[in-house]
Write a protein that binds this ligand. Sequence first.
Ligand code: KDG
Ligand code: MG
Length: 406
Amino acid sequence: MKIVDAAVFVTCPGRNFVTLKITTDEGVTGLGDATLNGREQAVVTYLREHVVPLLIGTDPHRIEDTWQPLYRGAYWRRGPVTMAAIAAVDVALWDIKAKVANLPLYQLLGGASRDRVRTYGHANGRDIPELLDSVRARQAEGYQASRVQTGVPGLEKVYGVHTGEVIAANATRLDQRALPVVEDWDTPAYLRHLPTVLEAVRNEFGPELPLLHDAHHRLTPLQAAKLGKDIERYELFWLEDCTPAENQQAFRVVRQHTTTPLAVGEVFNTVFDYQTLVSAQLIDYVRSAVTHFGGVSPLRKLFDFADQHQIKSGIHGPEDISPVGMAAAIHLDLAVHNFGIQEYSGHTDATNEVFRHAYTFTDGHLHPGEAPGIGVEYDEELGAAHPYVPAYLPVNRLADGTVHDW
Ligand code: KDG
Ligand code: MG
């Protein structure tokens, strides 16, 4: 079998998605997600100019032997653009292999380790009453775990809180060539406010509801350590990205001071980003998405490494992972032993029409379905009816105008 075509599609059914479709001489096709939110066209060009020419004529069954030269052969290793491009190839080849085997992908990954995949959804509000309503709404949709984010008194726009006019959680308006939205930030105000939020949520929903919170890289290690300690009594499922993790040593400070479980890694793209965090057991969940980590093959290796240190998976699954990336994640979630939880925000109806998928969401749990491959079909005609719209992620500024991590 040989690869005869590899096409890259960009569609914007509410937000931008980049999809790679590989076709073989036997007519079998495979899909991969290459969406890098806010930098989509960089991956499109990388794929079209630098990757597709290398694929034509090669054997799609040689997944590892395709992955390695894309990673090592480029010489310029790592980085989100490269790894999103490689991820799309890896997933598309797994999709083809599983279709040829006439099996759902999870069967090739060792088969199911569980019956279904537990998820968490996003609950948010400008204030506490709105957040409590949002948790109730997620529960009505079936979610059995919620990530809770609120506005902070005195701040106008804060990460994770939907305002009516924003179409997708993190993108700026998609109907114009807008520059990044500027959000505001005040760490002391946030640190004072968050414990009161968690207190209110626990009072309303009791001790059993698994709660998660995303600090989105905005604290120093010392602030993160203090926050972790202050909120221990609310027993979070995890506190995510409490401090930027480029300096992995910083997590030693956090870890020494708190037993709040820690999740890290949605912006990482190789196992090296996790080396100290995992080997020194400084975190509890690894958060990388299939889409940004080079695909199913390397993410599986990361999970095996993490398992040796009692660390579980918590695959990144916001709206900016396409249904193709989501499907690949769900197959992996079902198969690996050290699965923790899967983030799942769902997609708009328009997105689900462009990407018809076999995976299902019931009672807060996902299942990949039994369709051969990853179980997603891309409707090219419908996709083309939603052309690309430039959109940026927001930028955070402090009251005096200083840029802060978003
Ligand atoms: O594109 C950026 C988003 O993927 C990110 O902000 C979402 O932090 C996020 C999460 O935990 O889902
Ligand atoms: Mg996050």
